[in-house]
Design a protein around this ligand. Structure first.
Ligand SMILES: [Zn+2]
Length: 354
């Protein structure tokens, strides 16, 4: 049985030759070439402004899931210094080339110089180059054949996209800091629960909170969630110490039920003053925004607590089996918990959290 259960989940970034027999990404998500989409979107290969190209390129990337970076760029100003025929400013690019994030010779790694780069070169030759000619930007070169898997689901995982998600989720800090000031507490209550809160309510709440020890702040948080008919789960160890507090508001639960296919598990560490790590589970809405659907403060990240988190999530979301893909850290306790509670979901590993 050992070999049957030890099938490794899909590595991230995905291997150039993914093994279809494993429980990683399904084969039908692989679109290694995007030529037809590109042709559909770029009906012409000349543009009157950089925005015109950028908008279409963004559309193309969103539809195919490909992620690019700028490889080379020269501005209109620097081009105009050496060109006789001047280029209009709105073209912005004198010339520019975009490559896929896995562009480049994979052998370059291990030269001893450790660059701070997120994506290893994998010898992918995807490239789109443009150059200004007269009053237009012209596509001068395209290669759209990736040598690795590309999909919209995977795109979520790449850093450019992720940063956006983290930004959206940034307001979770209000929760994590556990109300450092009245103003933040007020905006947390209003923003999260769409409830009008008077400043006096906030002051009263603060006064009550001050009378207890640190944990009463978290206790207060669960009261708030309770008041909004949200769901709260608490687990306590034999000594009476709280091991996990998980919660989701009704709004969060219905957000999950709308977008259950892919969830991202994200741990945030030591940003509240009690050193309780916070776990978030995030979905992506139809506008591509990350939405938190579940929070859990945990005492530590033991296998048992990770199981508590996942089972609490499954209980709160009711139809958690609709989740097909879980993006997670490479933590063995996390993996074990997902495997145990969502056995049918594919696991994707991220390197971004380290
Ligand atoms: Zn590529």
């Amino acid at each position: 049985m050992k070999s049957a259960t030890s099938a490794k989940p899909q590595e991230y970034p995905p291997n150039p030759s993914p093994d279809r027999g494993q429980d990683g990404i399904q084969a039908d998500t692989c679109t290694c070439t995007d030529t037809s989409v590109f042709k559909d979107i770029f009906s012409a290969d000349t543009f009157n402004s950089s925005e015109e190209f950028d908008d279409l390129f963004k559309k193309y990337q969103n539809q195919t899931g490909s992620v690019s970076r700028v490889k080379s760029y020269s501005s209109v100003i620097s081009e105009n210094k050496r060109r006789q025929q001047q280029i209009p400013n709105e073209l912005r690019y004198g010339s520019v080339s975009f490559v896929g994030v896995h562009y480049g010779d994979p052998k370059r790694k291990g030269l001893g110089i450790r660059q701070k780069q997120r994506y290893l070169p994998r010898g992918c030759n995807v490239l789109v180059a443009l150059s200004a000619r007269k009053n237009e930007l012209v596509i001068t070169k395209t290669n759209l054949q990736h040598n690795h898997e590309v999909s919209v689901a995977l795109q979520l995982f790449y850093n450019q996209k992720r940063r956006l998600i983290s930004k959206e989720i940034g307001d979770a800090e209000d929760v994590v800091k556990l109300y450092p000031d009245n103003k933040q507490l007020k905006s947390f209550l209003q923003g999260k629960y769409h409830k009008a809160v008077a400043m006096q309510d906030v002051r009263n709440l603060k006064r009550k909170m001050k009378s207890g020890d640190g944990m009463s702040d978290i206790g207060k948080l669960t009261e708030i969630v309770d008041a909004e008919k949200g769901k709260v789960d608490t687990t306590v160890d034999d000594g009476g110490d709280i091991q996990m507090i998980a919660f989701a508001t009704n709004e969060m639960v219905s957000m999950y039920s709308k977008y259950p296919e892919i969830i991202i598990m994200d741990g945030i560490y030591k940003i509240n003053r009690y050193n309780y790590p916070l776990y978030m589970i995030i979905v992506q809405d139809n506008l591509g925004r990350g939405r938190a659907v579940f929070y859990a403060f945990v005492r530590s990240e033991t296998a048992d607590i990770m199981l508590d988190i996942m089972s609490s999530f499954c209980r709160m979301m009711e139809n958690a089996n609709q989740t097909k893909t879980v993006m997670t850290d490479k933590d063995k306790n996390e993996i074990h918990a997902v495997r145990a509670l969502l056995p049918k979901a594919d696991l994707l590993f991220a390197s971004f959290m380290s």
